[in-house]
Design a protein around this ligand. Sequence first.
Ligand SMILES: Cc1ncc(COP(=O)(O)O)c(C=O)c1O
Length: 388
Amino acid sequence: MTRTVLGADEDGLARVSAAAATVTTPFHLYDTGVFAARAALLRDTLPGALLYSAKANPHPALLATAAAAGCDLELASEGELDALASAGVAAGRAILVGPAKTDALLATAVERGVGTVVVESLGELRRLITVADRSATGPTSVLLRLGLDGARGSLRMSGHQFGMEHAEVLACLELLATTAAVSFAGYHGYLASQLLRAADIEHNSRLVSSAAATLAGLGFPGARLDLGGGFGIGYTPGDPDLDLAEVAAGLGRVRRSVRAGTTLMFESGRFLAGPSGVLVCAVVDVKTTGGRRFVLLDGGINTSGLFGGGNGIRGLRHSVVRDGAVLSGGPPSHLCGPLCTPMDRLATSVPCAADVGDLVVWWNTGAYGFSAAPVNFLSFPPAVEVVV
Ligand SMILES: Cc1ncc(COP(=O)(O)O)c(C=O)c1O
């Protein structure tokens, strides 16, 4: 049976226990089989190509798995380009996205043969042309990132520093017509993350496709159109799962509204990496102070971006594991990490029977965990990453 989540079932618990027998906690455990299955699931759902967003988890094993599963890659930095090289994946399969790309980053991308640069401003396009002019490599393809208002979702990129308004896009198109150093390939829009309603994904995709249709109507059709994504996952016990049949139906409608011959692209990080990974911590101490029971773990907010910051999730699903089995119930407890700050609380007043030596497993934490963690805060050693 193909597993699409590394979960609290017999198989998942066996994997966690096997890793815990050989690796010191805290550690992240990634399952490439689950990752590949999720890539296949999403690719089957989408009416276009799927790119894996390395920002969610740039572990080379996952980048290699994504590439083997037929996904190209969406990258943002030299570090992610290095990870791609470590994974043995050609840079030609990558697109580079992100605001504030420096000349050095653009030059590295061009020299390494990154397939496409997603341009986010007229100034950036001018600098890219200068860099590409100096380079011996062939012309770089360019997608123009559309900055659009009106997107749905709580983690919105629309109305922020990403992409360009219509007039600036037109200025870019005029400039592109005058150069051979880079070639115009189409448009890009990424408007929100962690969407759990198929209707919101359709709505946001339609915003991008309508803006691209307007530009095509002005004489600037693009061969490729990146509609973004935002495919969410259930983090807390109350979260619904994304209904992939509804996503397929909604995006199918968008597909039919797009000019024939356009290649559609989508991007996803957390849908692939999230349920493929878990964070495992050990209970170091248990005590009661001020009438509150505290369960103290060897990994805290320093181990995962999901405990705080922009990606922070309240009520992250977790289990206490003793001797390979889940231990349910227990007195209300606060689960805290080792950092000397009250911010290092991972769960508040949850039933928890854990005692010293037990494991606490944080499910669905393979995306924006290690990659988004404030690892240097209090200088504990970084959590280990284990791949199975
Ligand atoms: C441009 C772009 N693409 C893709 C993603 C991946 O989002 P997710 O991991 O939620 O799929 C992000 C997330 O911030 C993004 O900014």
